[in-house]
Ligand binder design. Structure first.
Ligand SMILES: [Zn+2]
Length: 61
């Protein structure tokens, strides 16, 4: 039986990385790319939340 681990493109850098249990960061190629991607998510969410006008700012009670 030939071992041919499935490869996926790392969402962080696009590098082909084997999808295996040996890689705890899958589908990322490394911890670094995973953290970067999570950071992007957090940033995006933060920006979206900050972009929406808060009704508290209206001042009218
Ligand atoms: Zn990567």
């Amino acid at each position: 039986m030939s071992q041919s681990p499935r490869k996926v493109a790392c969402p962080g850098c696009g590098k082909l990385t084997p999808w295996s249990t040996d890689n705890p960061w899958r589908p990322f190629c490394s911890e670094r790319c995973k953290l970067i991607d999570l950071g992007h998510w957090a940033t995006e969410r933060y920006r979206v939340e900050g972009d929406t006008p808060t009704e508290d700012d209206d001042g009218s009670h």
